[in-house]
Design a binder for this molecule. Structure first.
Ligand code: HEC
Ligand code: HEC
Ligand code: HEC
Ligand code: HEC
Ligand code: HEC
Ligand code: HEC
Length: 408
């Protein structure tokens, strides 16, 4: 009976794989050319077309009504009151379609528009349009109307890591495996860059913009699209994680004198690392280093370049050492989130929980003020927190800036 079940399960997997032809498409580098070029991709696509339709080509495989694994967009866009379902580290692009409205306690109307929730890649068929407010990357010059999946990811996966010192090149030893899960390069074989991210010298044909920083060295766990109530999905970010974002946001590298509020790419130091490790939640500083990690406030593990070392960190719950760093992805997600400025938690309100529960438009008479909910129901708010129960936080949890600064 058991063998039978296993056989059926195996057959099912096989059929699904054959049916969508998707299993291991890129494998760290260029997938089958006709996956994106030619007839399979639909008559409208040619490699000569500009950014807009490019994202749609990617989304044919990377969006789904019930997204799993590598699917990074819920499509069709979920209706009002229903949250996007993908819970990857990068986040679900369907947040770009979510407009949240509410009335403040004083009656004023407030809005958190979809275009504030992510990188607005142009993909009209999915309801994603270029950002109408930020017409180029803040702190940089990348034109918003050229923003697509391949602005950041090299569709041909040419960038590769060739040794344990984290050397990245765009040609050389052949790529034989994905570089995202801890496979090591050897003397003869390279691995792809983390998440096929582009590096130095890269540009798409839609713009004259050129990258100056190589992709980060990082490792994700194999299972990375999941709720985090019973455990965090830990990406181990190594060397170059902060610098990579500067490819388009160079002006934000030096926070002093810039509009941006926070340093990035700097070591936490003794005192801040200690605070992170002791901080459990508002009012509770009884934690210790071995269990301190939360993926809502990740950090860069020093300047590690060895993917095997990074892979071992993906299963650890330990907090930072003093030479670990605060980085852009400490506070932001790479794709999209439920909050303005693509932040991992709501940085605009005082509290993240109200009397032990999440705030919500459906919980105003439980003492939750409408601003705290930011136009979301309690259920939507919980998904925005990657499906964590509110019991992970203090009864009136303050901003997670406190994980490092403990000013609550
Ligand atoms: C994951 C999708 C994808 C796959 C797989 C893919 N390509 Fe492309 N290719 C693109 C996109 C998107 C562009 C347009 C790039 C741009 O606008 O800068 C492109 C552009 C090109 C170009 C134009 C020159 C350039 O690099 O901009 C050539 C040639 C090309 N691809 C060849 C191939 C070959 C050969 C394969 C198979 C080995 C392949 N591609 C596989 C997405 C893909
Ligand atoms: C024919 C379906 C298909 C198309 C088209 C496609 N992908 Fe993928 N993609 C997959 C599958 C399947 C995976 C997971 C397995 C793998 O990595 O190959 C994946 C994985 C990825 C990953 C993670 C890879 C890793 O090793 O960490 C990235 C990043 C990605 N795709 C980006 C893109 C971009 C950008 C485009 C458009 C230029 C695109 N994909 C087009 C099917 C596709
Ligand atoms: C602004 C740059 C940027 C754009 C635009 C972008 N990505 Fe990503 N993507 C990233 C980064 C950075 C990561 C790694 C996130 C992490 O591990 O925290 C990532 C991760 C991924 C992953 C792994 C799963 C995850 O979400 O962590 C996939 C698959 C992927 N991207 C596909 C896409 C597709 C498809 C598009 C277009 C619809 C796209 N990306 C647009 C930067 C970008
Ligand atoms: C400690 C948390 C934190 C870190 C680290 C951080 N940010 Fe931010 N960032 C924020 C917050 C919070 C906002 C929203 C500020 C506001 O709306 O007033 C923001 C806003 C932004 C904006 C929007 C600015 C605008 O003019 O609309 C960009 C772009 C940005 N950050 C990029 C980055 C990049 C790139 C890095 C790394 C070099 C980075 N951030 C590091 C917290 C952070
Ligand atoms: C290929 C260029 C490119 C890269 C690389 C890039 N960004 Fe952006 N980013 C943009 C553009 C263009 C905008 C403005 C358009 C938009 O917001 O959709 C933007 C906007 C933002 C915003 C403001 C969002 C809002 O609406 O308030 C934040 C925050 C941000 N980026 C963070 C990051 C972080 C963090 C990284 C690294 C993981 C990164 N960016 C990498 C091009 C880029
Ligand atoms: C991962 C840890 C971490 C998180 C989370 C964090 N910070 Fe920081 N913060 C730092 C570090 C490290 C410094 C630099 C300290 C130094 O150079 O002495 C810093 C410095 C600052 C400074 C002083 C900047 C200056 O000009 O010297 C302010 C203000 C600040 N953080 C506010 C915030 C706010 C607001 C948030 C939440 C949006 C936040 N921090 C989240 C680690 C963090």
């Amino acid at each position: 009976m058991r063998g039978m079940k296993a056989a059926i399960a195996f057959l099912l997997v096989l059929t699904v794989d054959i049916a969508d032809g998707n299993a291991g498409f890129h494998n760290g580098w260029t997938g089958a050319c006709d996956g994106c070029h030619g007839s399979l991709a639909g008559a409208s696509f040619s490699a000569l077309q500009p950014g807009a339709t490019t994202s749609e080509i990617c989304l044919r495989c990377h969006a789904a009504a019930r997204p799993e694994d590598y699917q990074v967009a819920t499509s069709p866009a979920p209706p009002h009151g229903v949250p996007p379902a993908s819970l990857t580290p990068g986040g679900d692009f369907a947040y770009l379609t979510k407009q949240y409205y509410w009335s403040e306690a004083n009656g004023a109307r407030a809005v958190s528009p979809g275009e504030r929730h992510g990188h607005n890649i142009a993909a009209p068929a999915y309801g994603y349009f270029p950002d109408a407010t930020l017409t180029s990357s803040p702190g940089g010059t990348y034109p918003s109307d050229a923003l697509s999946c391949i602005s950041c990811h090299d569709p041909h996966g040419n960038y590769r890591v060739t040794d344990s010192a984290g050397t990245v090149t765009a040609s050389g030893n052949p790529v034989t495996d994905s570089g995202s899960y801890g496979a090591s390069p050897s003397a003869t074989d390279a691995v792809g860059s983390y998440r096929l991210l582009a590096g130095r010298g890269y540009g798409t044909r839609g713009t004259s913009h050129e990258f100056v920083y190589d992709p980060p060295i990082a490792v994700a766990p194999r299972e990375y699209n999941r709720g985090e109530d019973s455990g965090d999905t830990r990406v181990a970010y190594g060397k170059g994680s902060s610098e990579w974002c500067l490819n388009c946001h160079s002006g934000l590298s030096n926070w002093q004198g810039s509009a941006h509020l926070h340093p990035s790419g700097v070591a936490l130091g003794e005192a801040i690392a200690k605070t992170y490790n002791h901080y459990v939640k508002s009012g509770d500083l009884s934690g210790n280093e071995s269990g301190a990690f939360t993926s809502l406030v990740p950090f860069q593990s020093g300047d590690l370049t060895d993917v095997q070392q990074l892979a071992s960190i993906t299963t650890s719950h330990a907090g930072p050492k003093p030479d670990d760093k605060v980085m852009c992805l400490t506070c932001h997600r790479a794709h999209a989130s439920a909050f303005d400025a693509i932040t991992r938690w709501n940085t605009k309100e005082t509290v993240l929980t109200v009397n032990g529960g999440y705030p919500g438009t459906d919980a105003v008479n439980q003492g939750s003020d409408p601003g705290a909910a930011g136009g979301k129901t309690r259920a939507e708010y919980r998904v925005a927190m990657y499906d964590r129960a509110p019991s992970h936080f203090g009864r009136f949890q303050r901003s997670l800036c406190n994980k490092c600064h403990a000013r609550d």
